[in-house]
Design a protein around this ligand. Structure first.
Ligand SMILES: NC(=O)c1ccc[n+]([C@@H]2O[C@H](COP(=O)([O-])OP(=O)(O)OC[C@H]3O[C@@H](n4cnc5c(N)ncnc54)[C@H](OP(=O)(O)O)[C@@H]3O)[C@@H](O)[C@H]2O)c1
Length: 268
């Protein structure tokens, strides 16, 4: 698994990490044990960045339980998501307790009360409890606000949506992140699953074999990771096999411009 410097943050991350929205919001013992197996598969493959949020129900807790004594092998990215000072503080205290007193990448989820939380997260960074402070948003209508937050000087990392069908970030946000030296995590690499379910016939993937690509999921991920402004894509999965499959897209060679265009056309 290729590791990339996360902008100028001083930490490095795997090219392929893992999201936990919906997939880790589980409570039955069988489901919780199955997610532990998914985390084990990811760690074994070098895919050791995990993204969560208090918005994702039980996900932060299930992830912490799955990591267990392997916490130090992981880069944990989570978020604060509240406009209430008391509730946000409770979220932060809970996450710090779950992850051994340290969150590696702490993001303001969807910029909710960002002006309130960024100084708090920067304070935790000075105390050594947070390594990187960032922001996220999924909505194109919020990209202006995201750009302002990125320029604020209080943000070292951004999480944004990017895939073959959703390329709006190419206009302003990716160039800005590169100019400012911010770390970039990519959410929704498979369009919440809709893109990966529409696999082209196997014969049309054959030209991608020289890039180590054998599945449509790998082609979609490699398309994203071939943009050097991206540091880590975070697909979510409930399955061990899918965790291994996506992790295998995290190594060079990367697509050239023509091959990226070929993959984009396959997705039409
Ligand atoms: N505002 C925000 O901060 C924000 C917003 C959205 C997302 N995010 C983050 O980004 C992460 C990823 O986005 P997402 O969860 O919306 O969607 P996604 O990663 O684009 O797609 C997830 C879907 O892809 C399927 N999948 C995964 N690997 C596969 C493979 N190898 N082959 C075939 N299918 C595969 C999964 O099904 P299986 O379970 O069957 O594998 C799942 O249904 C989230 O989990 C979250 O951590 C953040």
């Amino acid at each position: 698994m290729e590791r990339r410097a996360l902008g100028r943050t001083g930490i490095d991350v795997p090219a392929v990490g893992m999201g936990t929205w919906l997939t880790f919001d589980v409570t039955s013992p069988a489901d919780v044990a199955a997610r532990r197996d998914v985390v084990t598969a990811a760690l074994d493959a070098g895919s050791n960045l995990f993204d969560s949020s208090p918005m994702y129900g039980a996900a932060e807790t299930v992830l912490a339980g799955a990591l267990d004594r392997r916490r130090d092998r992981a880069v944990v990215a989570t978020k604060v998501w509240s406009s209430s000072a008391a509730e946000g503080r409770r979220q932060i205290d809970r996450a710090l307790a779950l992850y051994g007193g340290r969150v590696d990448v702490y993001q303001v989820h969807n910029l909710v009360a960002a002006r309130q939380w960024l100084p708090v997260l920067q304070g935790l960074k000075r105390e050594g409890k947070v390594r990187v402070v960032g922001v996220t948003h999924y909505a194109h209508s919020a990209f202006g606000d995201l750009a302002r937050a990125m320029r604020s000087g209080e943000v070292e990392q951004v999480q944004l949506p990017y895939n073959v069908e959703d390329r709006a970030v190419e206009r302003e946000l990716l160039p800005l992140a590169a100019d400012l030296g911010l770390g970039v995590l990519v959410m929704r690499p498979f369009g919440e699953g809709s893109l990966v379910r529409r696999s082209p016939p196997a014969a049309r993937l054959a030209p991608l074999r020289e890039y180590g690509v054998t599945t449509w999921a790998q082609a979609l991920l490699k398309w994203i990771l071939s943009d050097p402004r991206v540091h880590c894509a975070i697909p979510a999965t409930t399955r061990v096999q899918h965790a291994r499959d996506t992790a295998a897209a995290g190594d060079p060679p990367w697509f050239d411009r023509e091959t990226r265009e070929y993959v984009r056309r396959l997705a039409e």
